[in-house]
Design a protein around this ligand. Structure first.
Ligand code: COA
Length: 167
């Protein structure tokens, strides 16, 4: 059984994340989407809220499960008996960080391969922070997020859908 872990902050999940999930689930038997509880990255949504949004977003994808972790990624991956970590690469700017993380994980967990998928071009500029910023200024982000996440974002930032202007 080939198990892969797709880790991230998912604060909140975007269509860019879903694109990576859809594509990577085709080459593994089980894909574990794992929300990292990172002390260095303060989120807008709680871990429980992110879990709920992600679960709704992937509910029709049968070999995908969603969970969270608060330990080192390498330890989590080993615990799950996974053989691969999936990461999305959007632009050259992602490379330095991803390369450093790949090297460190390879050192700690040599039996696990990191697989990088290039973001589809329509999502190559997306990030959860950019969408939060747009929503904060009243823009509708529904073209870039699963519907539940777009609604949750507007609610969290206290906007109603009729107040917002479509991007
Ligand atoms: N489409 C859209 N956005 C994408 C994307 C895609 N395909 N791929 C990445 N992004 C965005 C995310 O929305 C996120 O945006 P934000 O910064 O505005 O929140 C940003 O890119 C960063 O991506 P993410 O994949 O969420 O990574 P991260 O840097 O927040 O966390 C972990 C990476 C989860 C792997 C890391 O925090 C981790 O492993 N933590 C556990 C501790 C650990 O083991 N650290 C590593 C030591 S080597």
């Amino acid at each position: 059984m080939k198990i892969a872990v797709y880790p991230g902050s998912f604060d909140p999940v975007t269509n860019g994340h879903l694109d990576i999930i859809e594509r990577s689930r085709r080459f593994c038997d089980k894909l574990i989407v794992a929300i990292a509880q990172s002390p260095s990255k303060k989120g807008l949504f709680s871990i429980e809220e992110r879990l709920d949004l992600l679960k709704q977003a992937v509910q029709d994808l049968e070999n995908v499960t969603v969970t969270h972790f608060s330990i080192l990624l390498a330890d989590f991956v080993r615990k799950q008996k996974a053989s691969a970590v999936i990461r999305g690469l959007r632009a050259v700017s992602d490379f330095d960080y991803e390369y450093a993380m790949y090297q460190m994980n390879a050192e700690m967990c040599p039996e696990v391969e990191t697989i990088f998928l290039l973001a589809s071009k329509e999502y190559s500029f997306l990030s959860s922070s950019i969408l939060k910023e747009l929503a904060r200024f009243g823009r509708n982000v529904e073209n870039y997020t699963p519907t539940v996440a777009g609604k949750a974002l507007l609610q969290k930032l206290n906007k109603t859908s009729n107040e917002v202007e479509k991007v």
